[in-house]
Design a protein around this ligand. Structure first.
Ligand code: XMP
Length: 333
């Protein structure tokens, strides 16, 4: 619509004016805010923007591929894909405390990003070096940054709007989404040509699968979890509610699979299995402060369970989490 087109034109003009002929770095996470910020800044200044996508090895199935296809492939933006999964997994080895895991992931994330940003700031190879750090800060973040409210707030921030990083790196801040609410950011994303499935995705925590694998994080667990979770999400998108015609993905606020590092006995053919258990979690909420578990149709649960058990060798039992928040939290860690 014209209001949005106007807004884009204005924002593009403002970015060009602020940046001039300087270079910009942006940390791309695959989430809505950083993606929309990247698309908008790219629209304004093209190759003066370099995105840095840090893959910590705790992303969903094919996430890295999707982000690269979208930004490098379709938008033709400059994107550096940093595969730091071994480094993250190495630092997480033997660590099972949830807050400790969050701290490690947050810290490593900043380390990896900082190293990449410092390299880009220095320039070279025909590059003159960056002077701006762009962030997908949105209006609610601006309000919230008054104080850390929850046990997780500090880490949440450390992923998306890395506090203090621009100063440490000697870069100026560029925050083109600062005045927008989440739904405005989504509309802007669609208007900029990002796929609606990407823009209307459920939130995904910064530490990713790191807090969805209970206890110690291992690559083997992450690989099993990624495949199980992908099946759950596929079926949530496939199943529609007859009354509204909406998919169960759109009828839930957040849905994911949790890996439980315990084994249970099962049978397959003539044999006995002794494999891992996963829990499905799906909630409905308006603010994520309180949440109800979603009354998913049995047919959906049945399909997901049978697909996971048949397709993901290593998992032989699927459970459904029927806990509301409070007293449970949405994530299991
Ligand atoms: P809980 O589990 O506290 O989650 O009910 C509320 C919302 O916050 C998300 N969440 C996080 N997001 N880093 C993030 O970026 C984190 O460490 C983190 N922990 C929880 C969670 O996915 C839910 O949307």
């Amino acid at each position: 619509d014209w209001v949005m087109r106007d807004h884009i034109a204005e924002a593009v003009e403002a970015i060009r004016k602020q940046v001039g002929d300087q270079e910009v770095i942006l940390g791309l996470s695959g989430g809505v805010d950083s993606s929309v910020a990247a698309a908008l800044i790219h629209r304004a200044i093209g190759d003066q923007l370099t995105c840095v996508f840090v893959d910590h090895g705790l992303l969903r199935l094919d996430e890295g591929k999707m982000v690269m296809e979208m930004f490098a492939g379709k938008l033709h933006a400059r994107v550096i894909h940093v595969d730091a999964s071994e480094q993250f997994l190495g630092h997480l080895k033997g660590v099972s405390d949830p807050e400790q895991k969050r701290k490690i992931i947050g810290r490593e994330f900043v380390e990896v990003f900082k190293a990449e940003a410092a390299r880009l700031k220095a320039g070279g190879q025909g590059h003159k070096g960056a002077t701006f750090l762009a962030q997908g800060t949105i209006y609610p973040d601006v309000i919230e940054s008054g104080g850390a409210k929850s046990k997780k707030a500090v880490t949440i921030k450390s992923h998306h709007n890395v506090g203090g990083l621009p100063e440490q790196l000697g870069l100026k801040l560029l925050e083109p989404l600062r005045d927008l609410f989440k739904d405005e950011v989504r509309e802007l994303g669609v208007a900029l040509g990002l796929p609606p499935e990407m823009v209307y995705r459920h939130p995904f925590p910064g530490p990713g699968l790191g807090v969805r694998i209970l206890g110690e994080v291992r690559k083997e667990y992450a690989d099993l979890l990624r495949r199980a979770d992908d099946i759950f999400i596929q079926e949530l998108r496939n199943f529609r509610d007859e009354a509204t015609g909406k998919s169960w993905y759109d009828l839930t606020s957040q849905a994911f699979t949790v890996f439980l590092p315990v084994k249970s006995v099962g049978v397959m053919g003539d044999g006995r299995t002794y494999d891992y258990v996963v829990a499905l979690r799906a909630v409905q909420t308006s603010d994520f402060m309180t949440a109800d578990w979603a009354e998913l149709p049995y047919a959906l649960l049945k399909k997901v369970s049978s697909r996971i058990i048949n397709e993901v060798r290593g998992i032989n039992r699927v459970t459904y989490d029927v806990s509301s928040k409070p007293p449970a939290t949405i994530e299991w860690e």
